[in-house]
Design a protein around this ligand. Structure first.
Ligand SMILES: Cc1cc2nc3c(=O)[nH]c(=O)nc-3n(C[C@H](O)[C@H](O)[C@H](O)COP(=O)(O)O)c2cc1C
Ligand code: SF4
Length: 462
């Protein structure tokens, strides 16, 4: 008959359903030669197949017979680790200031304390703690239910991380904490988590209630934390940067000619009948065309759209060049151009209302036709900025001035077409310019990675 686990004896049955693995508790994997010798001697005496180093920094003795379990534990003189069950399974910690050159905090001291206090403590779900002496996080703190990370200013405490089949990165609870403050905070988290009855890991609980609610429950009110920082006396433009948009090509026609431009300000206004709105700068040729024909098209760009393609429509005017020269498009029902290259869907609309707002006109159109061109992820404005490192011209309603990075070293040069700033520390690896290359040493045929402007369109700004 197949054997099962013997958790009463700290033993887990192996794949052969015959022999067992046992895991003596060794806090943080810090072990003396005597302990290692004893483990090796006992393993050998009882015919264990191997000794396996575990992910929780312990040593599993594998291949013990059931009848030997009691004697093995007696001869080891050690306690079993809480390797299974709904409890604090492990406190993993790195060498910290005890051994590591890079350490900023005493991870061993902190880890030992946490191990003493919590190892094996019963909780609603499995729970792991990681303590790393510096932001390199060798003890995987960001994927532990509670993680501590040493910094020059003290401990950073993060909560809700796990690896496993659905990995989750922990979220910040507090930073700059002393040893005692960090221990106090860990206690609050564990005490609160204990009160929950549902058997789910703390990360899942936080997904359900939100990190701010969890913080409030352990006495870290978000309101108190940020109240003193709130300033209602002025306009911080960075707040507006948090409004979400997509990236579109808005096209129109006039007297048998077509034109189009990039716009991020497209949104649906009503569903019955479907209407959409777009904000277009009065100086743009596209504005002139929409005013005249009363129609516009919207091609929704995919996340993979290359920057030079966007630049062709967003940094140059149809007054200066034919934007459609080498671009694939079709003419829609309204006569407006629908760009099919890099687009995943399109919408065509007829203007039913418009509103002049200073530099821009908001055109509201009733949808006349729309279709999906292919599957894909639409480009979001934040993806365009953060991942593609894109910029926009002053004619965009959401124009953001490019600011040089504070830590930049060496002369910075700015593209006069799109505002992109060349920082020699970063170089332009995609364009074959390694980090550390001064602007002067870039080959003359190099072009701006955002808009494709030539090297001579750059001016020195620092
Ligand atoms: C990322 C990005 C977003 C933009 N968003 C808008 C917008 O919402 N409305 C607008 O009028 N212009 C916007 N622009 C600027 C126009 O695309 C740009 O002024 C274009 O050169 C106008 O071309 P046209 O004169 O051929 O119409 C944006 C440009 C970029 C690069
Ligand atoms: S986390 Fe930092 S202190 Fe700890 S072992 Fe890694 S590098 Fe060293």
């Amino acid at each position: 008959m197949k054997k099962g686990d013997r958790l009463d004896k700290g033993a887990v049955v192996q794949r052969d359903y015959e022999t067992y693995a046992i895991v003596p508790h060794i806090a943080g994997g810090i072990c003396t030669p005597e302990i290692l010798r004893k483990i090796a001697d006992v393993a050998e005496k009882y015919g264990a197949k191997v000794i396996k180093a575990t992910g929780a920094q312990r040593l599993a003795i594998v291949g013990i017979r059931e009848e030997d379990l009691d004697n093995v534990w007696k001869e080891l003189g050690m306690d079993p680790a809480a390797a299974v069950g709904m409890c604090v399974r492990s406190v993993k910690f790195c060498p910290g200031t005890t051994f590591c050159r890079l350490a900023q905090q005493d991870a061993v001291g902190m880890g030992m304390k946490l191990d003493e206090m919590y190892h094996g403590l019963k909780l609603p779900a499995k729970f792991k703690i990681g303590v790393s002496g510096c932001p390199n996080c060798c003890a995987d703190s960001w994927v532990r239910d509670i993680g501590l990370i040493g910094t020059r200013k003290g401990w950073k405490v993060v909560v809700g991380g796990n690896s496993g089949s659905k990995p989750r990165i922990a979220q910040l609870l507090a930073e700059g904490l002393s040893d005692d403050e960090a221990l106090e905070l860990v206690k609050k988290v564990i005490d609160r988590f204990k009160e929950y009855k549902k058997p789910q890991r703390i990360g899942k609980l936080i997904n359900e209630i939100g990190i701010d609610r969890f913080k409030k429950e352990i006495g870290l009110s978000v309101r108190e934390e940020i109240a003193e920082k709130i300033d209602t006396s002025g306009i911080n433009e960075k707040a507006l940067h948090n409004i979400g948009y997509g990236l579109y090509i808005v096209g129109s026609r006039k007297d048998g000619k077509i034109n189009a431009q990039i716009a991020n300000t497209v949104f649906q206004v009503t569903s019955e009948p479907p209407t959409i709105a777009v904000s277009i700068n009065k100086q743009n040729l596209t504005h002139e065309y929409i005013k005249e024909s009363g129609v516009f098209s919207v091609s929704i760009l995919s996340q993979e759209t290359p920057l030079p393609f966007i630049a062709g429509f967003g940094f140059y005017s149809g007054r200066d060049k034919n934007k459609f020269e080498s671009v694939e498009y079709i003419i829609g029902k309204t006569g407006a151009p629908i760009v099919v290259e890099n687009a995943i869907a399109f919408i065509e609309a007829r203007v039913i209302s418009e509103m002049s707002v200073g530099t821009h006109t908001i055109f509201i159109g009733q949808v006349e036709s729309a279709d999906v061109l292919r599957s894909g992820t639409p480009m979001s404005y934040s993806y365009y900025h953060q991942i593609k490192r894109g910029t926009e011209p002053k004619t965009a309603p959401t124009y953001r001035k490019e600011e040089p990075k504070k830590e930049a070293k060496g002369d910075l040069y700015q593209c006069q077409v799109c505002g992109y700033i060349y920082d020699p520390a970063e170089g332009d690896p995609d364009g074959g310019i390694p980090p550390g290359t001064p602007f002067e040493e870039i080959p003359d045929d190099w072009v701006c990675p955002v808009c494709g402007a030539s090297k001579k369109d750059f001016v020195k700004i620092k």
